[in-house]
Structures are given as C-alpha cells and as structure tokens.
Design a protein around this ligand. Structure first.
Ligand code: SF4
Ligand code: SF4
Length: 185
C-alpha cells in the first residue's frame, strides 16, 4: 500500500481516497493495533471504536459515513499521540463529519451535535465572536426545544458566565484578515 495520501479526489473516488484528500492523512498507514481506541475517552460511547471507523475507511465501506463515533470525537488528539504510525485520527474524524453533512448521512443520534456545530459557526461568522446566551437560544430553536438547559441559566448568571448579547467584531475580524502588511524597505 502507498504511504503517500492522494493529492486530490472526486465525489466518485473510493472512500479512503476522499478522506485522505480531505484530511491530509493516509488511512492505509493504520495497521489496526488499537492503541488509539485504548486511550480514547469516548471509545466505548458510540457504535464502534475509533480504530474500527478507520478500518471501515480502509475498506471503502460507506458505513463510516453513517457511524456515530466520529460525532463523539472531542479532538483531544490522544489517539494521534499514541499512534505508532503517526496517524492523526481526529483529522480523519473531521473529514468524515464534513462528508456526512454534505451527503446527509449523519446518524439521527448525532442530530444535536450537527445542529450545535452549525449554530456555533453561524454565530461566529455573524458576529466574529460568540455569546453564550445567543448560542443557547439559537441552538434551542434549531432543535425545536425552546426550554432545553434553561435550568442552568440562573447559575450562569450568578457566576457571571453569561454576558449580555450584542456587539459585533465581524468587521474588525474581516479587516484583519484582508489587511496588507506594509512592504519591508
Ligand atoms: S493507533 Fe494508529 S495504527 Fe494503531 S489502530 Fe490507531 S490509527 Fe491505527
Ligand atoms: S481525538 Fe477523537 S478519536 Fe482521538 S482520542 Fe480524542 S476523542 Fe478519541
């Protein structure tokens, strides 16, 4: 097997090529030792273990795009530090989540995680920063549960963990992104 990830892939490419192109990782490097799963804090919470997700990718089994495990990954990178083959499994989990959203294959059990990811990115894009109250309100509306987690609100207010909504630094962020550095003499 090649140890060099393919440079590009199309929607019709085999799963392992698509994930390699999207993640920059080569699934073929994995020899299924299981060290990643042994250290993963959420390995036993999903429908299969992290190294088994990677095996599905190696086999071009599209079931990997329906698996719950990538949605439980918290990107702690424990797997990458334990892997004798230097495979960054969190990058592969990222790529699987992106493709699952694009293809509409995210499992029903991951519905709230998908919604949270979308709302999180939308709010940051809109304001350039995040407001906890806005994030919670938009998330509750997105999952059709307006009273979800409301009991946590008083405690957060008392501890000063909830800032009033409002204000935007989106313009400042865009200005920083497009700012041209002065030419060195
Ligand atoms: S630790 Fe690395 S080589 Fe071992 S199963 Fe996990 S990804 Fe594969
Ligand atoms: S990065 Fe994800 S898959 Fe890897 S150990 Fe952490 S939670 Fe598990």
């Amino acid at each position: 097997m090649s140890h060099t990830p393919p440079a590009g892939a199309t929607a019709a490419s085999p799963l392992h090529e698509r994930i390699a192109a999207a993640s920059g990782e080569n699934p073929a490097r994995c020899y299924q030792c299981g060290r990643c799963s042994a250290g993963c804090p959420v390995a036993d919470e999903g429908d299969c273990q992290p190294h088994q997700v990677l095996r599905l990718v190696q086999l071009d089994d599209e079931a990997a795009l329906h698996a719950l495990q990538p949605w439980l990954c918290v990107s702690c990178n424990t797997c990458a530090t334990r892997c004798p083959q230097q495979v960054d499994l969190s990058a592969i989990m990222d790529a699987l989540r992106v493709e699952a959203i694009e293809r509409g294959t995210a499992p029903a059990a991951a519905r709230e995680v998908v919604a949270f990811n979308q709302v999180f990115v939308e709010r940051v894009a809109a304001r350039g920063r995040l407001n906890e109250g806005e994030l919670g309100a938009h998330f509750n509306l997105r999952v059709h549960a307006p009273f979800k987690n409301l009991t946590a609100l008083p405690g957060m207010l008392v501890r000063g963990k909830m800032r009033p909504p409002g204000g935007s630094i989106a313009g400042a962020v865009e200005a920083m992104r497009t700012r041209k550095e002065p030419q060195q003499p």
